[in-house]
Design a protein around this ligand. Sequence first.
Ligand code: ADP
Length: 264
Amino acid sequence: HRQRLMERGLPKKLPIAGVNQVIVVASGKGGVGKSTTAVNLALAIAANDKSKSVGLLDADVYGPSIPRMMNLAGEPELNKQNLMKPLVNFGISCMSMGFLVDEKSPLVWRGLMVMSAVQKLLRQVAWGPLDYLVVDMPPGTGDTQLSISQNIPIDGAVIVSTPQDIALLDARKGAEMFRKVNVPVLGLVQNMSVFQCPKCGHQTHIFGQDGAKKVAEEMELQVIGDIPLHISIRETSDSGQPVTVSQPDSPQSDMGCLAACLWP
Ligand code: ADP
């Protein structure tokens, strides 16, 4: 089935109306900082070049975290064409399943409608005009991710991983999936790479050292970001004040660097 899905893909790619470039942020497994990266990447692209309009799509329909991270809530309004209007904060147009369903709605039901939900978030939203749409993908490399990669033209994929072996193994699968469907992989972001004690400054590589670099070399990918495990990244994400906007000059806000790396 999966092989057939892969073979069928390319001719059907249909651009999202009004969107110039689509960048997806993916990870092999959950909890590695994919959403944090997507949010801060979108903000960094916008901060890097103020003339660019940027959108953020939360395609992680099982665990939407964009509403909390971007400090947004409420139901989207419909425009005259019956398209949903994105909610906007920090200048970024956002859409998420979290705006459409109650957080407590049963997971089984979400599972049944996951594909049609993703389609609606892509196609029934008044996205345009946007220079960039950053898509926070669901974790893993299942059929949903594959179908998104085959349905819309994607200009580049950013893969997030911790330096830990298991996460990297999954990241490798992610990179392979994108390559199979001809989506260029822009590079690997190594998140939670080192913990620096806020009291004594001692550095600990909690999830191992340089794992992503080794995989990147093996797969001929670039490491385009190296983000420390830092309490302010967690705190600012949870409080809806992402580190890129609330602490733009701090070392832990190296996402600007990431954006500059992608668009020098
Ligand atoms: P994913 O989207 O991969 O599931 P999230 O971006 O939601 O992961 O991150 C999971 C949790 O880890 C969140 O609470 C987030 O604030 C925290 N987190 C992510 N990256 C870092 C980091 N570099 N330092 C500290 N906390 C982080």
